[in-house]
Design a binder for this molecule. Sequence first.
Ligand SMILES: [Zn+2]
Length: 85
Amino acid sequence: MSILRIILLILAGWILWRFTKIWYQNTLQRQQKKEKEAALSSPSKKQQESAMVQCHYCGLYLPEEEASKEGKIHYCCEAHKNVDQ
Ligand SMILES: [Zn+2]
């Protein structure tokens, strides 16, 4: 009876250790994933925010690379650029 108890205790301890190890690895992987995602998403967000310009004619906000430029003034499309001049 006592030997059975010891075996059960060892088995329970082994299972507990395995689960703890798996859980620890999972949390580590999740943390690394989160850090990677944060590192990937934050610079692109900053770029987008800094590149936003406003159309001089209608006031629409759009990325700078999509805007039509007339000197320092930006427009959302060629039509607004032509109308405003
Ligand atoms: Zn416009």
